[in-house]
Every structure is written in C-alpha cells, then in structure tokens.
Write a protein that binds this ligand. Structure first.
Ligand code: 1CP
Length: 345
C-alpha cells in the first residue's frame, strides 16, 4: 500500500495537525559535509553537471534520507537553474555560482526567455520521478524555487552580495524595468513549481533568501506583490513554505503572504513566533546551523531545548535556520535528527 501524500508526517505538520512528534529535515541536507556527496560530485565532474544528470541529482537527494532517516527529501538542484533556463550564462567555480554577464539593461531583461519547464529543465522532473520511486513510503518529497526578488537580485548583481547596490539602484531609479523583470520571474517561478508538483513534490519551499536586506516598506513595495502572485497562482493544494534569511522584521508580512508555513531564520526566537503566529501558519526551524559545529552532545542539548520551547505545539517542522555548513560533522546531523524522533514515546 502506498501512503497518501497527505498522511506523510511533513505534510501533516504543514497542515498543523496534532502529531506524535515533529518531522525533521535540514536545509542543504545534501552537500559537501557528506563524503558520499563529494564522491558523486567528483564522478559527475562538478556541481552543475550533477544537477543536470537525473541519476546523480536523485542519488545525492536520497543520501541524507538513507544516512539519517530525515522525514523529507529536498530535490538536489539550485535556485539559479531557472535563470539559466531563461537565457543567463551560469558558471560555478571555486567561489560558488555566478553570472558573468549580470542583467543591467532593459534590453537584457526583455531578451530573457519565457520557460517551458519540461523542455528547458526536464532533468528536474526526471530527477523527482527517480527520487519518489526510491524514497521510503513515509518520506515526503519537497520541491523548491527562488522567489522573484532573490532571483532578481542574483541576476542583477551576478552573484551573492552584501549591499545589493546594483539591485537597489535599479529598483529605485528604473522601477519599470525592475517590475518587468519581476513579472517575468513570477511567471517562470510559478510554472516551475507547478511542474515540480506535477512530478511528485508534496510541499514547496520558496526561498526569498535576500529579501531580508529590504526594510519593511521596500519589502511590501518591491518584493511581496510578486511573492503573493506566485503563491496565489499555486493555490493551497500543496503546502507552501516561505523562507527569508534575516526576515525577523518582516514576519508579519511573511505570514500575510498566505503561505502555509514560514521557515524561520535562526535569529528569531521560535517560542515567541509560535505565540504570535502559531494559529495562522506552521513554523519551520530554527537551530543555528553553526550549532552543528559543536559536539553531538551539545547539539542534542540545544535541539532538545528548542523542542521544549516549542512545547509540542502543532505546526512545527524541525529544521535549521539556514543551510548546513560544509564543515559540519555528519554525527552532529544524526544527533539533531534523533532529537525529533525521540519525542515519539
Ligand atoms: O557542491 C557544492 O559546492 C555546492 C554547494 C551548493 C549546494 C549543495 C550550492 C551552491 N547549491 C546547493 C544546493 C541547493 N541550493 C539546494 C538543494 C537542496 C538542499 O539540500 O537543501 C537548495 C534548496 C539551494 C537553494 C539556494 N541556492 C539558495 C536558497 C537557500 C539559501 O541557502 O539561502 C541560494 C541563495 C542558493 C545560491 C547558491 N548556490 C550555491 C551557493 C554556494 C549559493 C550561495 C551563493 C551566494 O550567495 O553567493
């Protein structure tokens, strides 16, 4: 008997059902801290090569499920892949991902292609299909995409940045070009998420990593409308999770977007967030990923304290407040996962 999607622990937690224990998974759970990941990366020849080959993408997606028994697998890909499909040249080297020719003109924005996910990113659908086939019945499959603002920021800067000066200059001084870009991105993002849902994603995460660099007024003016457009376009049939790095000052606005769940950055006190928003949304998080650099005993102590703070309220998904560091000892991830599982007794 195959379990129905809505019976899997993660999906139930995102629906805020009362559960025997919280589900647990980790952002960037497939990655360089795992020796088996490094082996596949070497065999594939690189990071982008791994993403584009469904057998490799599926394999590294499954690795943390096998090793730790996490309750969800998140597709191994990257938020920058759809920008490449729209026509931007993406490179990945020892400094990480970048676009050597960032978007700086209206002409470049107008030249971005509309994307048919099946034709331009068919490897994503194929990888999802393979993962679902191999996944334990009780494990949920999670899809994701970058939110329009974060994708726009990467496209305009060409890489991750601190001040996002080029992005800020465009949104203030050439607002109509910025809005044209955001409109195109919102269409592609919604389509890409629909495509992942059609291929087995049972929950989706919208990563708006860089929106936390905006103050509230700018967030509401320059980012939230397109996030809301994407979420509306998806409807609530598949639970939608929204993550913003450094988004504590935006929490009310994030809850108001209509997402089923908010993934909290590690700096937000989770007990207080449950007090304020626990009746409206599920909350994911939010151990500091740096805490996994401590000993397994210390990880256990901190994770138990976090779970005590949440006090078994419905709607909690145990996770980190950002991605796993590559320096992390897998034993510390194992200790983290065990803390969720030991609550069932
Ligand atoms: O082998 C390597 O060196 C690759 C490191 C790596 C990995 C494992 C990158 C490069 N991307 C990923 C996978 C990834 N990225 C996933 C897969 C699923 C998972 O296990 O969680 C996801 C969901 C992402 C999403 C992503 N990529 C975000 C949003 C979430 C976040 O962490 O804030 C962002 C901002 C990126 C861009 C990116 N990709 C990779 C790096 C090093 C970066 C950050 C670059 C920068 O900010 O300059």
């Amino acid at each position: 008997m195959t379990m129905r999607s809505e019976d899997r622990l993660l999906v139930r937690a995102l629906r805020r059902e009362v559960l025997p224990r919280p589900p647990v998974w980790l952002m960037r759970q497939a990655g360089r801290y795992l020796p088996e990941y490094r082996a596949v990366r070497q065999k594939a020849g690189g990071f982008l090569e791994m993403i584009r080959a469904p057998e490799h993408a599926a394999e590294v997606t499954l690795q943390p499920v096998r090793r730790f028994g996490v309750d969800a697998a998140i597709l191994f890909s990257d938020i920058l892949v759809p920008l490449e499909a729209m026509g931007m040249h993406l490179v990945f080297d020892e400094h990480g991902p970048s676009f050597p020719e960032p978007l700086r003109s209206r002409a470049a924005i107008d030249a971005l292609r509309d994307v048919d996910p099946e034709r331009a990113m068919g490897f994503v659908g194929e990888a999802l299909r393979r993962v679902r086939r191999e996944l334990p019945d009780e494990t949920a499959l999670v899809g994701f995409c970058g939110a329009p603002f974060t994708l726009a920021a990467y496209a305009i800067e060409g890489q991750g940045a601190k001040s996002f000066a080029a992005t800020r200059a465009m949104l203030y001084r050439d607002t109509s070009s910025f809005e044209a870009l955001m409109g195109k991105l919102a269409t592609v993002v919604a389509r890409h998420l629909h495509y992942q849902i059609a291929h087995g994603a049972e929950a989706v995460v919208l990563f708006d990593t860089w929106a936390g660099t905006l103050g509230r007024d700018d967030y509401l003016r320059y980012a939230a409308p397109w996030t809301r457009a994407v979420l509306n376009e998806l409807g609530g049939a598949t639970p939608r999770v929204l993550f913003v790095h450094g988004g504590d000052h935006l929490l009310d606005d994030l809850v108001n977007t209509g997402a089923e769940a908010i993934a909290l950055d590690w700096r937000t006190p989770i007990g207080g967030a449950f007090e304020r928003f626990g009746e409206r949304v599920a909350l994911q998080g939010n151990l500091d990923p740096a805490a996994l650099l401590a000993t397994p005993d210390e990880v256990t102590r901190r994770t138990r304290a976090l779970l005590d703070e949440v006090a078994g309220r419905p709607g909690h998904v145990l996770n980190l407040g950002h991605g796993v560091f590559k320096e992390t000892d897998p034993e510390c991830v194992a200790a983290f996962v065990r803390c969720a599982k030991e609550r069932e007794r």
